[in-house]
Design a binder for this molecule. Structure first.
Ligand code: SF4
Ligand code: MG
Length: 331
């Protein structure tokens, strides 16, 4: 089966070399198959949004490779290549109000991508109406004439989704698309995204700090801590049976892991990892309840824990665990 997106050892370093260097994305690798939703979970500052911005080429990677439908995305792109990329990769943002032009009616917002990508022969009106109908904003004529301030948060996010769909992309990067919305409309927006994904065969990166939302939306889930991918696997496995101590902590911090929403930041102030001064070993070592001396030796690799599920933790290294002997804590 075909991968819509492959991210191979993607790296982003902010700041000047040697001084104030911050590794925001630390050699992250994953892929998304056609029609698949990959949930990307982590707290604010974990690198989730940076990864989306690297894929959308809003930032240029420091290292690694991005492939779309098998083709390597060049590190530097001219305007033609960038337009082709935008045709295939579209973002949906957290705050639909900030991402919509307040001066213009919805029809303007939706006709722009149609014109840029030359998708409207003989007028954009019919396609704008079709887009509005696809995201459930009916009667379409009425919504086409409205300005963002005349819409609710949920309606604005539907416009944001319609704008993303206008380009007929293969991949949607949805960066916390429901976290600014009232709880009552979150499920509607999530269901809309799932319906559209099924109808269009879209692939999706669904970024969230909310484990329940990730489980609902995603086929597979990847967990980020301090720019490092620490766990990845089938959504139900990762969230119901987390194998990395950080994912276990995230889950235990969610008020109601089945239905509730995790707080955006579970680590207390002062516990948030300083990306400029990460320890050489496991980035989670300073606050891991299971930390062993070996955890400081180097970044652990991802260990297979079965069923396509992997965790970057030495508790899954048979040699390390055999050397240590049976643990009285049963870790
Ligand atoms: Fe904890 Fe060590 Fe596993 Fe890191 S590698 S999560 S410090 S047990
Ligand atoms: Mg973010």
């Amino acid at each position: 089966d075909e991968n819509t997106l492959e991210v191979i050892k993607l790296r982003k370093v902010f700041g000047r070399r040697g001084r104030n260097e911050v590794v925001a994305v630390n050699d992250v690798s994953f892929s998304i198959r056609r029609g698949e939703v990959l949930g990307l979970v982590g707290e604010s500052g974990s690198g989730k949004s940076t990864i989306a911005r690297l894929i959308a080429h809003l930032y240029r990677p420091t290292g690694g490779e991005i492939r779309l439908s098998g083709a390597v995305v060049p590190r530097r792109m001219g305007s033609g290549a960038l337009r082709r990329l935008r045709r295939n990769v579209q973002m949906i943002f957290q705050d639909p109000y900030a991402s919509l032009n307040p001066l213009h009616p919805v029809s303007y917002t939706l006709s722009r991508p149609l014109k840029i990508h030359r998708l409207a022969k003989g007028g954009t009106g019919p396609q704008v109406r079709a887009l509005l109908e696809r995201v459930g904003l009916v009667p379409a004529e009425m919504y086409a004439a409205k300005r963002p301030f005349e819409l609710s948060g949920g309606q604005r996010q539907r416009v944001g989704i319609a704008r993303a769909l206008a380009a007929q992309p293969k991949l949607i990067l949805a960066d916390e698309p429901t976290s600014a919305l009232d709880v009552s409309v979150r499920l509607d927006v999530m269901n809309l995204l799932l319906d559209l994904k099924d109808q269009e065969g879209l692939s999706m990166l669904f970024i969230t700090h909310d484990l329940a939302g990730a489980r609902y939306m995603s086929d597979r889930v990847a967990v980020l801590y301090a720019g490092t991918l620490v766990e990845i696997g089938p959504a139900v496995e990762v969230i119901d049976r987390p194998q990395h101590p950080y994912t276990q902590l995230l889950k235990s911090a969610a008020p109601n892991p089945e239905a509730g929403f995790a707080p955006e930041q579970i680590l207390a102030r002062g516990e948030v990892p300083d990306l400029a001064a990460l320890p050489p070993g496991c980035p989670f070592e300073p606050r891991c309840a299971y930390a062993m001396p070996e955890c400081k030796d180097g970044l652990p690799r991802l260990y297979d824990v079965g069923g396509g599920h992997q965790a970057r933790c030495l508790l899954h290294d048979p040699e390390v665990m055999a050397r240590r002997g049976p643990s009285p804590a049963g870790a």
